[in-house]
Ligand binder design. Structure first.
Ligand SMILES: C[S@@+](CC[C@H](N)C(=O)[O-])C[C@H]1O[C@@H](n2cnc3c(N)ncnc32)[C@H](O)[C@@H]1O
Length: 268
């Protein structure tokens, strides 16, 4: 499996104020709202449950957990990036039973067997010591508790372009922003090794057929483009042309993007 040990910047460096806000905007597009709804349906949260949102980012899944567990439930969110936590705290301010903590997912600040459910969406691919993170997840979930993990493999991306070589190069470069760009390929095994049983995998595809700022793919172009400039021989001009090509594909009714989110469910 591919591990970018020496190239991936830390989560704290990646999620500064500006990038955290960009990611929040992308995660508020209808594509990602729908993805979150599907994930919540798969997790089947019950009222009164004690839930943990690992790598909670801007608190969108934390909010969904707070609504699903209700006033009798309790929700904890944990993240390492302060700008993300600031957004999350604001988002969930009216919920008295939601608490946020700054911590690394490889050393969770909770007692053993604390949670009925825990989820980590788009987080473990950022964590170099992913097995240690899974061990921590197994430690803090109650026996019989349910976990849900989402990660992406950008090799599943189909992105129509008039310059496939350039488009692939941008994606290859994006793969170096995390230590585990292909984590879904062996996550089931890693979860089993961490002690989870009944592990099953679902796919939630994201599909865009028009060039629209309110879509996941067009929103992500800013993040992929900013990251690519100056890496792997990619210049600002290359990124400008790559974006212009996508816009043109849209004008010609030929825009097409799809990407798979892999959802892993398991039980302790
Ligand atoms: C792509 S965002 C996903 C946010 C959120 N889970 C969601 O789906 O809306 C990844 C998040 O994981 C957090 N993260 C990455 N590595 C982490 C670590 N080692 N410990 C805690 N949080 C981490 C980042 O700070 C960021 O907020």
């Amino acid at each position: 499996m591919s591990v970018n040990k020496h190239t991936a910047p830390s989560a704290q460096d990646q999620f500064d104020d500006a990038t955290s806000r960009q990611l929040e905007a992308v995660y508020l597009t209808p594509d990602v709202v729908e993805q979150r709804e599907k994930i919540m349906t798969l997790l089947a949260v019950r009222s009164g449950e004690k839930a943990l949102d690992i790598g909670c980012g801007p608190g969108l899944t934390t909010l969904a957990l707070a609504q699903a567990t209700g006033a009798s439930g309790e929700v904890s969110g944990v993240d390492i990036a302060e700008p993300m936590l600031a957004i999350a705290r604001k988002r969930c301010a009216v919920y008295a039973n939601v608490r946020f903590t700054t911590a690394d997912v490889t050393a969770l600040p909770y007692e053993d067997d604390s949670f009925d459910i825990a989820l980590a969406t788009q987080v473990y691919e950022y964590v170099e010591q992913v097995d240690q993170a899974l061990k921590e997840l197994a430690r803090v979930v109650k026996p019989g508790g349910r976990v849900l993990i989402v990660d992406t493999d950008w090799e599943s991306a189909v992105w129509a372009s008039q310059d496939d070589v350039r488009m692939r190069k941008v994606i290859e470069t994006w793969n170096t922003h995390i230590p585990h760009p292909q984590l879904p390929r062996d996550l089931k095994l890693r979860m089993q090794q961490a002690g989870f049983k009944e592990v099953r995998v679902e796919v939630v595809p994201l599909v865009n057929t028009s060039y629209d700022a309110q879509t996941y793919s067009v929103g992500m172009m800013t993040m992929l483009g900013n990251f690519a400039i100056g890496r792997n021989g990619i210049t600002e001009q290359d990124v400008t042309e790559w974006k212009a090509d996508a816009r043109l594909m849209g004008e010609q009714q030929r825009y097409f993007f799809s990407l798979n989110r892999y959802v892993f469910l398991g039980e302790k």
